[in-house]
Design a binder for this molecule. Structure first.
Ligand SMILES: [Zn+2]
Length: 111
């Protein structure tokens, strides 16, 4: 049972060390990073281009995915998106596209 006690001591020591280290961070550290903006300043914009073919979207052609509405240029792009949504979502994200929220009650009438 000595081993178990030792583990408990270790855990306690880590917790104490953790709080001691993290406590003073809140106040002073800001001065260094102030003014130096992180380079992640991608401007968010509404979706205007189809993530599959890159054409202009038709607002009548869309899919609600994970609470977000994704527009496409034509219906066949929906099929491509539904098969593998991840790369298209990633592309939209990289392009700084902010997807519209899908209306809550839209889930019920799946096309
Ligand atoms: Zn298309």
């Amino acid at each position: 049972m000595k081993g178990k006690y030792f583990v408990l001591q270790m855990v306690a020591a880590l917790i104490i060390a953790g709080t001691a280290v993290s406590a003073p961070k809140s106040g002073e550290r800001k001065s260094g990073s102030c003014g130096a903006e992180p380079d992640a300043r991608i401007e968010e914009k509404a979706q205007t281009l189809c993530p599959v073919m890159g054409g202009a979207v038709d607002k009548q052609i869309f899919v609600d995915h994970d609470g977000k509405r994704v527009y496409f240029c034509c219906a066949s792009c929906i099929d491509a998106f539904r098969e593998t949504p991840e790369p298209y979502l990633e592309k939209l994200h990289r392009d700084g596209v902010r997807l519209e929220d899908a209306p809550k009650d839209a889930d019920k009438k799946t096309t």
